[in-house]
Design a protein around this ligand. Structure first.
Ligand code: SF4
Length: 350
């Protein structure tokens, strides 16, 4: 038996390590975007909001010259500003343009997809019920696409207060990082009120959120406790704690890193589940595994539920320039909605 730290394994103490875990394609792209922007334009590069919801990632980019701001009004005119992975409302783009900022958009393409759906449903005069958490940046950005048509529904209980103009023209959308099960409950409650409720064309809860929840569901029933590495403002990380508890883990804790761990949690535990949110670098998970190994949990079994291979192309401004790009570098599906040629645009995009 191989142990994580090379010590003799304790057969009564093991770690179940969920896979997939950690960085998703959208987070990877967003972090690379800031890194490349710093390389290309030099410091400071301004970033509106946390580029991804992880304390360590933000601190590390700050050390390299990124300056995080809450609003574009704080960015000096003419500077470079990166929009975070969670997306922005059209008004934010306009404000940035009015201030002559050079913008680089790190919005995850799967968030952009939800924005496009919101615009399309609104153009068709639907009332849109957006399932999500009030105040979350992604929800604020999506709502900004059609503020007069979108109502927020925060969980199954939120369906009672919804008012629509025409029950035959209602559609739902969701934040990308919700609990899959809770969202199904919310949709069922909404459909109870509006039987003709229209579904989005495809899942809004993204592949990474779904895969990480499926993986933690697999390890939770066998674990005495589950440790989720992630920050408190990370929606998908907080959902992993909830899903672990619902799936049968007697306890589940959210930690930013190994410094947040407590020996008391391990008393009488024999199996510890470990996973991490979509904005968490793997070295933070390694730190947790090191700490567990020092506490007698050196045997690590990785439980893989699905293999991920999704990669998103970088924002247009940061891709290699035409003269240094090889002809086969760019696949047709690399293009993002904001990367279409003018003649590609659909009528409701204008
Ligand atoms: Fe995109 Fe999902 Fe990752 Fe959010 S969690 S950045 S929506 S892939």
């Amino acid at each position: 038996m191989v142990t994580y730290d090379g010590l003799m394994p304790d057969p009564n103490r093991r770690v179940l390590l969920a896979r997939p875990r950690g960085y998703c394609a959208g987070v990877d792209r967003a972090v690379q975007t800031v890194e490349l922007a710093l390389e290309r334009f030099g410091s400071p590069v301004y970033v509106r909001k946390q580029i991804v919801h992880n304390t360590h990632v933000v601190r590390s980019l700050e050390e390299r010259g990124a300056v995080f701001v809450e609003e574009t009004a704080e960015v000096p005119e003419g500077s470079v500003v990166v929009f975070s992975a969670h997306g922005v409302a059209p008004q934010v783009r306009k404000d940035a343009s009015d201030r002559h900022l050079r913008t680089i958009d790190a919005t995850c393409p799967l968030v952009t997809k939800v924005h496009n759906e919101a615009r399309r449903f609104a153009a068709q005069d639907y009332d849109i019920l957006l399932i999500g958490h009030e105040g979350h940046e992604e929800v604020v950005g999506t709502t900004g696409e059609a503020p007069a048509r979108i109502q927020l529904v925060d969980g199954p209980g939120g369906s009672d207060s919804v008012q629509v103009r025409d029950p035959a023209r209602v559609a739902w959308l969701s934040q990308t990082t919700l609990s899959v099960d809770e969202t199904s409950e919310t949709v069922a409650a909404l459909r109870g009120r509006f039987p003709q409720l229209l579904d989005p064309p495809s899942d809004d809860i993204c592949y990474a959120t779904q895969n990480r929840q499926a993986a933690v569901k697999q390890i939770a029933p066998e674990s005495d406790l589950v440790i989720v590495v992630g920050s408190r403002n990370s929606s998908n990380s907080v959902r992993l704690v909830e899903v672990a508890l619902e799936a049968g883990a007697p306890a589940a804790y959210l930690v930013d890193d190994a410094a947040d761990l407590s020996k008391e949690w391990l008393e009488s535990a024999s199996t510890v589940g470990v996973t991490s949110g979509a904005s968490v670098p793997e070295d933070l998970v390694s730190g947790v595994l090191d700490w567990l190994a020092e506490s007698g949990f050196g045997t690590v079994e990785e439980v893989e539920t699905v293999r991920e291979g999704t990669v998103f192309a970088l924002p247009h401004d940061l891709r290699r320039r035409p003269d240094d790009r090889r002809p086969d570098d760019r696949r047709p599906d690399d293009r993002r909605p904001d990367d279409r040629r003018p003649d590609d645009r659909r009528p409701d995009d204008r």
